[in-house]
Write a protein that binds this ligand. Structure first.
Ligand code: FAD
Length: 305
């Protein structure tokens, strides 16, 4: 049953007609429990509140798989404006970007040009930019962009997904770049040709990658709501005397609020991933696919209107 609902929501996440309708309806259907607003300006009060509570934030302008150069240009301008606003308001916030929203599917040159603009602007204010990882067909294109940018910029990170068989080798290949990596299980519907299909194997590989990246001595973000993964990390850092400023926990906005606060109280860095923008449909459907219990958010959103 769970596998069927997962496939169903992943299928919906790519449905362009529903996506269009969702944009017209704005943040109904409970999406406002998971996203910070339709514009960066709308998200500022929430970011400020999270910062005041002690959380760090990473903002993500929603939108992906863009094949129009005009939309790409708007997305780049949107990122640059968010960076200026972060600096102006003194927010404790990084940004996350999806390269398919910045021209990856159009050309490598375009995406590199756009990332140069974004990173040089972010660099002026010491803001880190993380390249989110997307579906497996784009994984190595994203890592190639990351490697090129990393040779020039310190303020860039990327993501490794433990469900992919190739991730262990990717972490080894990235080691020479002293990478800032966010380690996740992976959110896309991938086949057995490229990805582990059993949760146990995905979890084991995530633990393996966390250990490898931390013992390689590189800053590591452990992005998971899974207490077993978090407990494993805490045990590992204690065993190897890894100081708290070498890693952080990351969780999605609206997920496991109590666990977020508990980790913060224990003195760990906790970063909240806060998406914003009109293009919330694909993101929202992936969250429903991961955890059908999130449907409760949707129902709450609809009936509270
Ligand atoms: C900050 C952040 C950034 C991410 N970036 C990317 C990215 O760039 N690319 C990508 O592919 N994926 C990304 N992801 C998504 C990630 O790959 C997973 O799909 C997602 O985090 C679900 O996996 P999980 O590790 O949280 O635990 P799961 O395996 O989904 O859940 C494990 C257990 O955790 C508990 N749990 C999980 N969620 C909840 C909840 N809401 N309430 C109560 N209990 C819960 C349950 O006990 C569950 O059985 C990101 C995730 C985070 C947190």
């Amino acid at each position: 049953m769970e596998a069927i609902s997962k496939r169903f929501f992943m299928f919906l996440s790519h449905n362009k007609a529903l996506d269009k309708m969702a944009k017209r309806w704005g943040s109904k259907f409970g999406a406002n429990n998971l996203v910070g607003g339709e514009t960066f300006l709308q998200a500022i009060p929430l970011i400020t509140q999270l910062n005041e509570e002690g959380f760090q934030v990473t903002v993500d302008h929603l939108g992906e798989f863009v094949d129009s150069t005009e939309v790409v240009r708007e997305n780049v301008q949107g990122c640059i404006q968010s960076i200026s606003a972060i600096a102006y308001h003194g927010l404790n916030t990084e940004i996350s970007v999806k390269l398919t929203s910045l021209g990856l599917d159009i050309s490598q040159d375009l995406v590199m040009e756009n990332m140069e603009l974004i990173l040089s602007k972010a660099n002026e204010s010491g803001i880190t930019v993380t390249l989110d990882m997307e579906d497996s067909s784009r994984c190595h294109a994203i890592l190639d962009v990351y490697k090129k940018l990393r040779q020039k910029y310190d303020n860039v990170g990327t993501v490794i997904q433990s469900y992919l068989y190739v991730s262990d080798k990717d972490v080894d290949d990235l080691n020479q770049f002293s990478p800032y990596l966010r380690l996740v299980k992976g959110a896309y519907n991938e086949s057995g040709k490229v990805a582990f299909q059993e949760k146990k194997k995905v979890d084991e590989n995530l633990k393996h990658l966390i250990k490898k990246q931390l013992l390689n001595g590189h800053y590591t973000a452990i992005a998971s709501h899974d207490e077993a993964i978090i407990d494993y990390t805490i045990g590992l850092v204690k065993e190897h005397n890894i100081p708290n400023d070498r890693f952080e926990f990351q969780m999605l906005y609206g997920m496991r609020n109590q666990l977020q606060s508990e980790l913060l109280k224990k003195g760990y860095t906790v970063r909240i991933y806060l998406p914003y923008g009109e293009d919330w449909f694909g993101y929202f459907m992936r969250r429903l696919a991961e955890r059908p219990a999130n449907i409760a958010f949707a129902l709450k959103g609809i009936f509270s209107k």
